[in-house]
Design a binder for this molecule. Structure first.
Ligand code: ATP
Ligand code: MG
Length: 433
């Protein structure tokens, strides 16, 4: 007796993107690629799997991502062999930096790079938050800024404009340099120690390991304490302030409105100087569409020659949700011409003629299998084709083909059905699509 197979479903938080929706993804990605090309960014494709060490070092041990969100496993028999641990990328930057170092890409020129694809984080799935989601990651390496910092922000403003988004707002901050952060950190730890009784479990755990992140808490009981904590801004020296002010001047010149958010620290450890987020109120709790910043220390941290860099990540699910809000987009037709046929000879003949059409750049679906004319016409109609090409026994015998327009522009009469000789049918099709 065969055992019945228990149906398999997709993993929680990991979505199938079905044809009803995937065309919207393809459109959005095409728009994004065009936009990136306008700024001279080149595509880079790195593996989804990397050594766990890369992210632990690159993102930071005491971050949400590394502490609890990574999909990590081992293919080695010795599960304690840390050198063999592998992780599904939770973001792109660390992998891109690894590749840049490994292939010495910064040897003779700086690099503007981008990747688009899936990333993986074991978070609690909810609207706008998934376990497999997709990012556009954009990285400029070998550039010290602040010109490139401003350019990246300005280019994002252009993307929102291209996509017709009006209510995405910019939050900006400067994290200064490591020495400045160190001085601030000491003052901050002193502040946290003074208010220890207000800290929750995460706060206490991070008080010494990552005190800046304690301020990023969503715990209402800790808000006052966080608001009154020493501000990193007050510890920034002239050079860091000048970098920040130059970005501000360029944003002003570009007419880009922003708010300075001194609490903006972001969930990855590698940032310095510029950090920014683009946020919307139209997506509920998951309102951050894009986050980015400068990571001048990351290349050397991962064993490369020191080089300054800045980048950002856009969440595609959230961006698409925003683009689609209050909009009904109509799926484009699957083909221009749908071939309908009756009988085995007509079926073979249709396949030959369809290839001739495709040689001319026409998009064609040939009905596959046998079905009544009526059923085939129904399919033709739902394919969105402009025209049905009809091959019955008579047409095959006479060397002709029937052409029927299925739709016409509004206010225009549908062209009458005709039967034409094969010598002219492609022209007749072209006239009608
Ligand atoms: P959040 O604060 O929402 O967790 P994050 O700071 O962890 O975001 P980044 O690491 O900066 O996010 O990733 C860049 C972008 O990817 C985010 O701005 C967001 O649009 C998107 N994103 C992050 N996590 C998820 C997720 N689990 N599901 C869908 N999109 C996500
Ligand atoms: Mg997160």
């Amino acid at each position: 007796m065969t055992k019945t197979f228990q149906k398999v479903s997709a993993i929680r938080g990991m979505n199938d993107i079905l044809p009803a929706e995937s065309w919207l993804w393809e459109n959005l990605e095409a728009t994004i690629r065009q936009w990136l090309a306008q700024y001279g960014y080149n595509n880079i494709r790195t593996p989804i799997l990397e050594q766990t060490r890369l992210f632990a070092r690159g993102i930071g041990e005491v971050t949400d991502i590394v502490e609890k969100e990574m999909y990590t496993f081992s293919m080695s028999k010795d599960k304690t062999d840390i050198g063999e641990m592998l992780t599904m990328r939770p973001e792109f930057t660390a992998g891109i930096v690894r590749a840049v170092i490994e292939h010495n890409l910064l040897y003779d020129a700086p690099q503007r790079l981008f990747s688009i694809g899936p990333v993986f984080r074991h978070e609690r799935p909810q609207k706008g938050r998934y376990r497999q989601f997709h990012q556009v990651s954009v990285e400029a390496m070998g550039y010290a800024g602040p010109d490139i910092d401003a350019e990246q922000i300005i280019m994002l403003a252009r993307l929102w404009k291209i996509l017709g988004l009006t209510d995405v707002r910019l939050e900006l901050n400067s994290l200064g340099q490591p020495e400045e952060r160190q001085a601030h950190r000491e003052a901050l730890v002193a502040h946290l120690e003074k208010h220890k009784e207000l800290l929750d479990e995460d706060g206490l755990r991070r008080m010494y390991s990552n005190p800046l992140r304690v301020l990023d808490t969503k715990n209402p009981a800790m808000q006052d304490m966080a608001n009154n904590a020493p501000k990193l801004f007050d510890f920034l020296k002239e050079e860091s302030l000048a970098h920040f002010n130059e970005i501000r001047a360029r944003l002003d010149e570009a007419g880009i409105v922003y708010t300075i958010n001194p609490r903006l620290v972001r969930g990855l450890d590698y940032y310095n100087l510029t950090v920014f987020e683009w946020v919307t109120d139209r997506l509920g709790a998951q309102g951050t569409v894009c986050g980015g910043g400068r990571y001048d220390g990351l290349l050397s941290l991962l064993g490369g020659k020191p080089a300054p860099a800045i980048g950002f990540g856009i969440g595609i699910e959230r961006l698409l949700a925003l683009v689609l809000q209050d909009k009904e987009l109509v799926k484009p037709a699957e083909c221009d011409v749908y071939f309908i046929h009756q009988g085995p000879e007509a079926s073979r003949h249709a396949q030959v003629l369809a290839e001739q059409c495709r040689d001319e750049g026409i998009r064609v679906i040939v009905h596959a299998g046998a079905a009544s004319f009526k059923a085939q016409f129904k399919r033709a109609d739902s394919s969105g084709a402009q025209v049905a090409a009809i091959l019955g026994e008579d047409e095959v015998k006479n060397g002709t083909i029937g052409i029927k327009s299925l739709r016409a522009a509004e206010g225009v009469n549908i062209a009458p059905q005709v039967t034409v000789p094969l010598a002219t049918f492609i022209n007749e099709l072209k006239n009608r699509i």
